[in-house]
Ligand binder design. Structure first.
Ligand code: PLP
Length: 367
């Protein structure tokens, strides 16, 4: 079968696999003073340094977590006095963990409504934090983070950015982005699942979410997930090395695919195509064909794609991201996501298109 669901999780990269296998042989707690512990500590320090360097941060600014869900949960705890503003397109790990957040609307093209944000920031109470993702997991739309940061900083609000879907796709530098907090996840770039990062600016007052031992400079308790962390660093190194070439390649394949879809399936819609997007993601909708039907038919035909985000497939509710872009519920419920990655091949999309058009033609004939 052909895997076209990299935004849900990306297969383990060869370099990450080797690093993980080597780390499996290491017995030692990085907090122990003996030789075994020092060996683990050495691997951990190297991984931390590499990740810090790759993502434009200082190694003391990195806090390893169990994934981006925890990093996002943790980031929200940094907001002390005042409301939290979340964009309507954020991942559920933010939207579902902050019941009283104020929601920044999206425009039709998927970008956050900067005019709304500017107007809100000119009013009291001044928000404690603004959280806007860099790249949306369903549409691939790239948010204007520079503008968000400038607006938020003008009133002294903290800025958090969920950059999970930007890693390996865009140049990503914590210091250049100018945000206070940034979340990342290993398994979206070909590292193991269950490992993430929260990068935080120096001097923030942090309330730990996970409490206990003094690991991660007292910011996140628990014995470090050495295997995950070492795999994360190896995946990040490989992803960054090949990033530009990979994105040029994927972008060309995607363009050809989208042109062909629109030519051969006139009712098809590509969501987010009116905004800047990362090269690997296609959010494709067509009336009459429920996303679940498409996902199952494509699975039978040998292609793995998803209906909306992975977290919302399984339930029939239409994507909250598309709904926030003003897409009607029925239309939103017939959108699928095709996402490419490091092991995608030139023939994957043309073969998928053939199978998908067969389904599309059957549905047209039945209508
Ligand atoms: N944020 C975004 C944008 C995501 O796509 C995901 C993935 O599901 C997450 C956060 C959660 O990451 P994790 O699976 O590491 O908890």
């Amino acid at each position: 079968a052909t895997y076209l669901d990299h935004n849900a999780t990306s297969p383990l990269r060869p370099a990450a696999r080797s690093a993980v296998l080597a780390a499996l042989e290491v017995c030692g707690n990085a907090s122990s003073v003996h030789g075994f512990g020092r060996k683990a500590r050495g691997l951990l320090d190297d991984a931390r340094q590499d990740l810090a360097h790759l993502f434009g941060a200082g190694s003391g600014q990195l806090v390893f977590t169990s994934g981006a869900t925890e990093a996002n949960n943790q980031a929200l705890l940094t907001a002390k006095q005042g409301p939290i503003l979340l964009s309507a397109g954020e991942h559920d790990s933010l939207l579902q963990s902050c019941a009283d957040a104020e929601i920044i609307p999206l425009c039709e093209n998927g970008l956050v409504d900067l005019e709304w944000l500017a107007a809100r920031l000119s009013r009291k109470p001044t928000p404690a934090m603004v959280s806007v993702m860099l790249v949306n997991n369903e549409t691939g739309v790239v948010q204007p983070l520079e503008d968000v940061v400038a607006l938020a900083k003008s009133v002294g609000a903290l800025v958090h950015c969920d950059a999970v879907q930007a890693a390996g796709k865009l140049r990503l530098s914590f210091s250049e982005l100018g945000v206070d907090l940034l979340s990342l996840s290993a398994h979206k770039i070909g590292g193991p699942a269950g490992c993430g990062l929260l990068i935080q600016r120096d001097g923030l007052s942090v309330t730990p979410l996970v409490r206990g031992g003094g690991q991660e400079r007292r910011r996140r308790a628990g014995t470090e997930n050495l295997i995950g962390i070492v795999g994360f660093a190896a995946a990040a190194r490989e992803a960054e090395q090949g990033r530009q070439d990979a994105m040029d390649r994927l972008g060309a394949w995607r363009q050809a695919f989208e042109d062909a879809v629109l030519a051969e399936a006139p009712e098809a819609v590509i969501y987010g195509d009116g905004a800047p997007r990362v090269a690997n993601t296609i959010c494709l909708g067509v009336p009459r064909l429920p996303a679940e039907t498409q996902v199952m038919a494509m699975d039978l035909a040998g292609f793995a794609v998803s209906a909306g985000s992975a977290c919302s497939s399984g339930k029939v509710t239409p994507s909250h991201v598309l709904r926030a872009m003003g897409v009607e519920p029925d239309a939103a419920a017939s959108a699928i996501r095709i996402s490419l990655g490091w092991n995608s091949q030139a023939e994957d999309l043309p073969r998928f298109l053939k199978a998908w058009l067969a389904l599309y033609d059957r549905s047209r004939a039945a209508a």
